[in-house]
Every structure is written in C-alpha cells, then in structure tokens.
Write a protein that binds this ligand. Sequence first.
Ligand code: UD1
Length: 430
Amino acid sequence: MDKIVIEGGRALRGSVAASGAKNAALPILIATIVAPGEHRIANVPYLADVSSTLSLLGRIGCPSLAEEGSKLMRVDTSRVAFSEAPYDVVRKMRASVLVLGPLLARMGHAKVSLPGGCAIGTRPIDQHLKGLEALGCTFKLEGGYVYGRTEGLRGAEMTLDMPTVTGTENIVSAAVLADGTTVIHNAAKEPEVVDLCRFLVALGARIEGAGTDTIVIEGVPRLAPPARPYRICPDRIETGTYLCAAAATGGDVTVTDTDPTLLGAVLDKLRATGCTVETTASTIRVAANGPLRGIDVTTEPYPGFPTDMQAQLMTVACLAEGESRFCETIFENRFMHAAELLRMGARIEIHGNTATVHGNGKLVGSPVMASDLRASAALVVAGLAAQGTTDVLRIYHLDRGYEDMVGKLQKLGGNVSRGEEGGKKGASAA
Ligand code: UD1
C-alpha cells in the first residue's frame, strides 16, 4: 500500500489549478445511461472513483475512452446489456448507488449492491428508494442487493426527510424520463446537483429549480447526447483543501480554474482565522498574515459549511492560537481525523457531535493513518504544517478524490513524496 511522506514546516506558495469536481463527475458519467448514444464529458478528473465509475459503466455494457492528453471522456451508452452494479464495484465506491435511477429509467429494472464507501456513519439509502417508489418503482432487498423494477415511471410529488445529495441525484436522473411532472421538496441544493441538472437539461430534460429546495421535472419521452462536450464544474472541496493548506502553513496560495461563488461559507471561515482572501471570477487567493485565530464551524447542507471541509479546517484550527469549536450535523462518526491529529500534538476534546480544539499554533510530524477521504486530506494538510516528518498511511482514500495531490503540492513548494508503506520512500520533491 502507498503512503505519503511529508517533510513539514514549509509555507506553501504559488498557484495551482482546480480539477473537475469528483462529486459532479460521478453522477454525470452515470447519468449518461439515460440518453443512448456517444457522450463527451470534459474536465473529468483522473481519480480512482472515476475509474470505478467507468468500470461500472463498462460492466453494464457501456464502454468509455479517455481522449489522450485531455480530460475529455467519451462514453458510449448506445446499448445497455446488463442492469447490475455488483458488490465488488459498489464496495469501493458508495456513489455506485447512483446507477439505480438511470437504470430503472432506461431498462425498467436494476440490481444494485448495498453501498460501502467512506466509513462515516451508516449512510442509509432509504430516501433514494422512497423517492423512486413514489415514481412507480418497487424494491426488494435480498442477499445484500437492492432489486428494483418498474412497469413505467410516472411523475410524483414528494418531500425528502433530509436534503440528501445522491438521493436527489438518483431521483432526478429517473424523473427526467417519467410520464408527467415530478416535484421534489427538500431537495439538495449542492452545486454538484445543479451541475447534474444542467447536464440533463443539455440532454433535453426539462428541469426547473435546481439549486433551490424544490426541483420540478417535466418528464420527456427520450433524451439524446448533446452536440458539444459537457464540462464538469470545478471541485470546490479540492479547492478548499489547498486553501486550508495555505492557511495552515502560513503560506500564500492561489487556486485557479475554480469558482469562488461555490465556496462562500469556507472563505468566510478562512477570513475569520485572519487570512486574507481575494477572489476573481475563477481564482481564489488565500494568504496567511501572522498567527491564526480560532473559529466556530457548524456543518450544514449547501450553502452552509460543507461537511467535506470540516476535517481540513480542523487542522487549520489546531494551528491557530485560541479555541475553536466544530459541530458536525451531517454525518455521525466524522471526527476520526481528530484521534490522528492528537498524535501530532493537537488538543481536541469531543463530546457527541462537537469537537473543541485548543489551538496552540503548532503540530509535530508523526505516522498517521487515514480513515476516509477528507480525513486523509486533513492529515496531509497537518503534515505540511507540522515540524518534522509525517507519514500518512492508507492513502488509497486520497486517490479516490484528489487528482495528482502530490504533484500539486510539490508545485506549491511542499516537500511531499509518495512511498510504500513499511518500505521505500518515494522520490523527494524540491
Ligand atoms: C454526498 C457526497 C459527500 C458529502 C455528502 C454531504 C457524493 C458522491 N458524495 O454524499 O461527499 O459528504 O453528500 O454533503 O456526492 N441519509 C439518509 N437516508 C438517505 C440518504 C441520506 O438518512 O437515503 C442521510 C445520511 O446518512 C447523512 C445525510 O442524510 O446523514 C446526508 O447524506 P447525503 O447527502 O445523502 O450524502 P451522500 O449523497 O451520500
């Protein structure tokens, strides 16, 4: 297994480009199923989760091809031969459950393994099933699989118990081909849901209200790939992670090819730490100015502070002077990075869903174990800021969601390399 080795204590400086958003690329690649033909998707990040998605599409009979030297992906959904998402794919990537809606819409049946993915809470899919049932699907759970069937989707009005992101995506991806109008109340407003809806509209779908809590979908009989490639939106979580690395290391970093309007809540918190934050239409610069201040963060659905940035900002809080408080309201079990940060000298107390961080302005390098995707990113940020060497183990989580993280950090002057666990160190960076 690979690890990342970091010689910390260097301020990151310079600029780095954001990749396309993982959480938009996955539902969009999967939603190609609803429109038979050849799709071209641009700005697709090179990630393990994208490979898993393409392999899943391949397994159901939809081949894909990456255009050399570009981030353009071709997916051919002319024919769907199977309607199954097997356990060996789904266990690697929870988002595989997103095939349920598109397969039911296209084929009338689907068999999907119950999801695995990041170990952050139990993460049920009851709302996905409830929404699809309202559209006329029936489900049975057997042997770890969900079997879905429909005699024909029909529009329906529904209210989700919580604004689930992939749940909303699954329901919208099916409703676009339903007979009649679907209204989803309490829908997720995340930018990645909006990007999926924009893609579906490019296929000919009729959707209104994406980005608000009520999405209205007028079903159409058929959809077709658009003439022009569809471009995935920038990754706001990757962007935020590099900005946190700038703050944590006392550096000055500009992320380009991004969209500051997607990161309002994160930028507010970085400002509250005392950093300078400057934006243009497609760039964000964060520069640290002396000691960082403590902050209060509560995770919320978009446009609130994203749970996917909580761990990285907690690392920043460890390096601040003063107290910070983090309240996690989206997922249970999402403070696993805290135990590893303690090993690096952080002072964090956890009571229920609240973590109190007593920042003392420094961390010390140590071997740490990554437990999920964003926790891994937080530990890399911690290693960059810490005095001494940090080995971040189990980085396969990072490969799921960060395109070329080592290369990007090296570009910013980080002394970061990839090596093998229990063995050799990779080529060291300048
Ligand atoms: C997506 C993102 C993930 C992010 C999360 C919250 C993708 C591929 N992943 O995950 O990075 O952290 O949104 O912004 O886009 N819930 C239920 N029943 C359901 C569905 C969800 O109880 O049927 C609960 C979950 O357990 C959780 C909350 O709702 O407590 C929000 O989860 P959800 O928005 O569904 O997260 P994901 O879509 O899995």
